[in-house]
Design a binder for this molecule. Structure first.
Ligand code: 0WE
Length: 256
């Protein structure tokens, strides 16, 4: 059952043990992949050190602000030196200024729009470009999206627009990188109680709404996102690229 034996990967977006990125990293690790992690800011450095350390004391960890080209260059230089080649990349990174997720979308400032798209969408392009030269045996790149990319979810606002961009970036990257046998996909997850969800007013009601309306009458579990991340990383998904996979207990199919 070592689906990812001999594979190497890098994971962007672990903040703590509840992070979706951590659930997917654990699934990749259990399947035999050798992983490196990045973290953003000193706030989460200790958490990531502790979590990554459970995969072995020699698990590489690098600081990386995905809006900084020099950070990205340094990370991939170090990963190249450490692993030689790369097969897997997880992008589980998003940010919009808090006030942009509260008021009316029509009031989104130019700066909030720019930041949301830089952190949450352009970064996938920058990371894919940096990973490409290391993915000499083909690879699997995946990002995390949300339903607010395609339908209006009140208050998701500019993040919905940025996720729509992320999904479109996924398709264009899949086209460019396909000839190198590098696949690029998104997982569109139902709501998960992570650090990113904390403090979002009405999040509890959203979780309840999914429980009542999704065909499976429940919410997605982090381990289930891990299992989908493992599938997309594996040869079982060798013919799947440019796609958005809904891992949302079926919520997305509903019209009412
Ligand atoms: O993509 C997300 C949230 C990402 C996110 C979260 C925050 C909170 C703290 C991006 N930027 C920030 N900025 C902050 O200052 N989700 C899918 C979770 C989420 O967030 C919502 C949702 C859902 C679902 C915001 C409003 C409405 C629904």
């Amino acid at each position: 059952m070592s689906l990812l034996a001999g594979r190497t990967g890098i994971v962007f977006g672990v903040a703590n043990k509840r992070s979706i990125a951590w659930a997917i990293a654990q699934a990749w690790h259990k399947a035999g992949a050798k992983l490196a992690f990045t973290y953003q800011g000193d706030r989460v450095k200790e958490n990531v050190e502790e979590l990554a350390g459970t995969f072995g004391a020699d698990t590489p960890i690098f600081p990386c602000d995905v809006t900084r080209d020099d950070d990205i260059a340094a990370v991939f230089k170090a990963v190249g030196e450490r692993f030689g080649k790369l097969h897997l990349l997880l992008h589980s990174v998003a940010f919009a200024p808090k006030d942009a997720l509260e008021g009316r979308f029509v009031n989104t400032s130019r700066e909030a729009f720019r930041v949301a798209h830089d952190v949450s969408a352009y970064s996938l392009v920058a990371l894919a470009r940096a990973a490409e030269p290391l993915m000499t045996e083909g690879g699997s790149i995946m990002g995390m999206s949300y339903y607010g990319a395609e339908k209006v979810v009140p208050h998701y606002n500019v993040m919905g627009v940025a996720k729509a961009s992320l999904e479109a970036c996924t398709r264009y990257l899949a086209y460019d990188l396909g000839p190198k046998r590098i696949r690029v996909n998104c997982i569109s997850a139902g709501p998960v109680n992570t650090l990113a969800a904390r403090g979002i007013s009405g999040f509890g009601e959203m979780v309840k709404h999914y429980e009542e309306h999704a065909p499976l009458k429940r919410n997605v579990l982090p381990d289930e996102l891990g299992a989908t991340g493992l599938f997309l990383a594996s040869d079982g998904a060798a013919a799947i690229t440019g796609q958005v996979l809904y891992v949302d207990c079926g919520y997305q199919i509903m019209g009412m």
